[in-house]
Ligand binder design. Structure first.
Ligand code: 13P
Length: 260
């Protein structure tokens, strides 16, 4: 991403089902200390629901922003075990991860259901981080671009032009998640370029150029710089490496170094 680009890097930590409230505090305090005052890279942490309130207290008035890992697309009612967008807003959540491959796989979330969530998030002033990505067998069958485009278009169906630039896309090849296998920068850029092209077709060039497309899948301090150097990679959605303050901070620093 050129420094003249309108897009600021975004580094987001997806903690998944990790960290008690106590552990969340231990993790976020050094992150706030090290990168909470800089404003050149947008930093987001996504704790489990149970730790959101505590982390919200610890990041207030800093440049570390709060994200959730899911929501249910109804305002309230008889949906046992679910959490609404309004409940997240009350805790100062500003981002929400939607359509993560783990939810698609373990909870059978469909593109249509994810699209409902994206729209409800936007109506409630939450910025969705819409995750898309192919399996290993889909990649080996040469279907990567087709799969990713289908998920993207379905996930963004009926999103209005005035809200589109609040959506963040995360390209996460499923075979790279938690496996230590990263897409090469060229492989990732190929898909990110195609995502940008599709966003241009849907929303027009100006909006598409302002939207952030993150890479996720075994992004670590030792491979971040070359991924972030790609023209259509605007940051990372980090799993494993976001669970240690030191490595997460290093990822933010890698984005800061690219920016200079
Ligand atoms: P890892 O960084 O552990 O591969 O996880 C990526 C991810 O799924 C982020 O949402």
């Amino acid at each position: 991403m050129a420094s003249s680009s309108p897009r600021r890097y975004l580094i987001a930590g997806n903690w998944k089902m990790n960290n008690t409230v106590h552990e969340a505090r231990e993790l976020v305090q050094p992150i706030v200390h090290d990168v909470g005052q800089q404003t050149d890279v947008h930093v987001v942490v996504c704790p489990p629901f149970t730790a959101l309130a505590k982390v919200a207290e610890l990041v207030v008035n800093t440049n570390v922003h709060l994200g959730a890992q899911n929501l249910y697309p109804k305002a309230s009612g008889a949906y046992t075990g679910e959490i609404s967008a309004g409940m997240l807003r009350e805790l100062f959540v500003s981002y929400v991860i939607l359509g993560h491959s783990e939810r698609r796989e373990y909870f059978q979330e469909s593109d249509a259901f994810i699209n409902e969530k994206v729209k409800v998030a936007l109506e409630n002033m939450l910025k969705p981080i819409l995750c898309i990505g192919e399996t290993l067998s889909q990649r080996e069958a040469g279907k990567t671009l087709e799969i990713v485009k289908t998920q993207l278009i379905a996930g963004l169906k009926d999103v209005s032009l005035d809200k589109a630039d609040n959506v963040v896309i995360a390209y996460e090849p499923i075979w790279a998640i938690g496996t230590g296998k990263t897409a090469t920068p060229e492989m990732a850029q190929e898909v990110h370029g195609e995502i940008r092209k599709t966003l241009k077709d849907v929303f027009g060039a100006t909006i598409a150029n302002s939207m952030r497309i993150l890479y996720g899948g075994s992004m670590k301090p030792n491979n971040a710089a070359e991924l972030l150097a790609q023209p259509d990679i605007d940051g990372g959605l980090i799993g494993g490496a976001s669970l240690e303050a030191k490595s997460f901070v290093k990822l933010v620093e890698a984005a800061l170094a690219r920016k200079e």
